[in-house]
Design a protein. Structure first.
Length: 344
C-alpha cells in the first residue's frame, strides 16, 4: 500500500468524498500493492480540521463493489463526527496554551514576608485542565508601611473567568493607589465597573490594608467569605464580615471599612468560597463553621503556629480529607501570621 499515494488524488486534496468501486479500473498503474492485500474497493472521506487535511475515514472491500448512497452518507457522518472531535481538541489545546500564559501573568509568586507579618498562600482551580480560574489573591505595597492583602472570586470558572481577573486585579490596584481610603477606593471601583458594564456577572472581594507601623488591618469585604482572625492570647476566632455588597453586580453602591488591631501570634486567614463549599455531597459542606474549626485545629500547636506555610498545608490537607474529592470550585487561600519574627 506504500506505493499507493492517496494524496495525489484531486478529490482528496479538494476534501471531497472519493468512491472507488475497483482499484484496478481506477488506478491500474498503482493497484498492484492493494490487490496483493486483497483490497479492491474503497470509500474515502478526507477530514479537514483547522484548514489542514488531518486524516481519512476509509471503508474497504475485498472484491469490486458498488457503494450505496446510504453507505456513502454513513461514512461522511462518521467523518463529520471525527472532524468535530479534532476541532474541539484543537480549541481546548489553544485554551490551555492561553491559560498557561494567563496563569503566569495573573498568579503572583509566593507572597513575601512583610515587616511584622509572615505570609503563605494556596491556589487551585476547579478545572484542572484550565490552570487558572476566577479566584485570585494579590499582595502589593500601596505606600510606605502599607501593603494590600487581596483575595477575590469572580463568577464563573476556567478561562472565561480568568479573562476577567485581569480587569478586576489591575483596576483594583489603580483604585487603591489613588483612593483616599480603602472604602473610597472600592466604592469608586464598584461604580466604575457597574457604569461601564465591565464584568460578566459579579465579583466577591476581600481587601485589607496592612499597616506595619500601626499594627492594624483596615479592610473592606464585598460579599466575600468572612476573613478569620484567630487571636493568639485567647484562641478565639473573630470573623471579618461583609461591609458592602458584591462588586460590580447590582447598581451603584457604597462600602464601609473596618479596622482591627493585630497582636503578635495572631493568625489571619482569607479565602474564597471554594473552601467553604468543599464536601462529599452538596448537602454536607464544610461551610464557614467548619473552616473555623479547621483553622483552630491547625493553630492549636503553638510550636508551628508561627509558620504560615505549615498552617496552609494543614488547612488544605484537612479540607481535602473532609471533602473526599468533592471540590467543586476554585480555591484561593492567603494566611498571615503576625509577629516581629516575620522580619523587616
Amino acid at each position: 500500500m506504500s506505493t499507493y499515494s492517496v494524496d495525489r488524488d484531486d478529490a482528496y486534496r479538494a476534501g471531497q468524498t472519493h468512491v472507488v468501486e475497483d482499484v484496478v479500473t481506477y488506478a491500474p498503474d498503482n493497484a498492484e500493492p492493494l490487490v496483493l492485500l486483497h483490497l479492491r474497493a474503497m470509500l474515502r472521506v478526507p477530514i479537514e480540521a483547522g484548514n489542514q487535511m488531518q486524516s481519512l475515514t476509509v471503508a474497504m472491500a475485498r472484491e469490486p463493489r458498488h457503494w450505496t448512497e446510504d453507505e456513502v452518507r454513513l461514512m461522511e457522518n462518521v467523518a463529520a463526527l471525527v472532524r468535530s472531535t479534532l476541532e474541539s481538541a484543537q480549541v481546548q489545546q489553544r485554551e490551555r496554551n492561553i491559560a498557561r500564559q494567563l496563569e503566569a501573568a495573573l498568579l503572583p509568586p509566593s507572597p513575601p514576608s512583610l515587616p511584622g507579618l509572615a505570609l503563605s498562600s494556596f491556589y487551585r482551580p476547579a478545572l484542572q485542565e484550565a490552570g487558572v480560574g476566577g479566584d485570585f489573591f494579590d499582595v502589593f505595597s500601596v505606600e510606605k508601611g502599607c501593603t494590600a492583602l487581596v483575595v477575590a472570586d469572580l463568577s464563573g470558572k476556567g478561562l472565561a473567568a480568568a479573562q476577567q481577573v485581569a480587569t478586576v486585579k489591575n483596576m483594583l490596584r489603580f483604585a487603591l493607589y489613588n483612593g483616599h481610603t480603602v472604602s473610597d477606593a472600592i466604592t469608586r471601583l464598584h461604580n466604575t465597573l457597574v457604569k461601564h458594564d465591565l464584568l460578566t456577572g459579579f465579583a466577591t472581594l476581600f481587601v485589607g490594608m496592612y499597616d506595619y507601623t500601626e499594627r492594624s488591618l483596615t479592610y473592606v469585604n464585598c460579599g466575600q467569605e468572612p476573613g478569620l482572625l484567630r487571636r493568639a492570647k485567647t484562641g478565639k476566632v473573630e470573623m471579618l464580615n461583609h461591609t458592602g455588597p458584591v462588586l460590580g453586580g447590582f447598581g451603584p453602591g457604597s462600602y464601609q471599612q473596618r479596622t482591627v488591631i493585630l497582636s503578635d501570634g495572631d493568625v489571619l486567614a482569607l479565602f474564597t468560597d471554594g473552601l467553604t463549599e468543599v464536601g462529599p455531597t452538596r448537602k454536607d459542606l464544610l461551610e464557614i463553621e467548619g473552616v473555623i474549626e479547621v483553622l483552630d485545629q491547625c493553630c492549636a500547636d503553638t510550636v508551628e503556629t508561627g509558620n504560615p506555610s505549615t498552617i496552609v498545608d494543614r488547612i488544605i490537607a484537612m479540607v481535602d480529607a473532609f471533602g473526599l474529592g468533592g471540590v467543586r470550585d476554585d480555591i484561593a487561600v492567603l494566611v498571615g501570621v503576625v509577629g516581629a519574627s516575620a522580619g523587616d
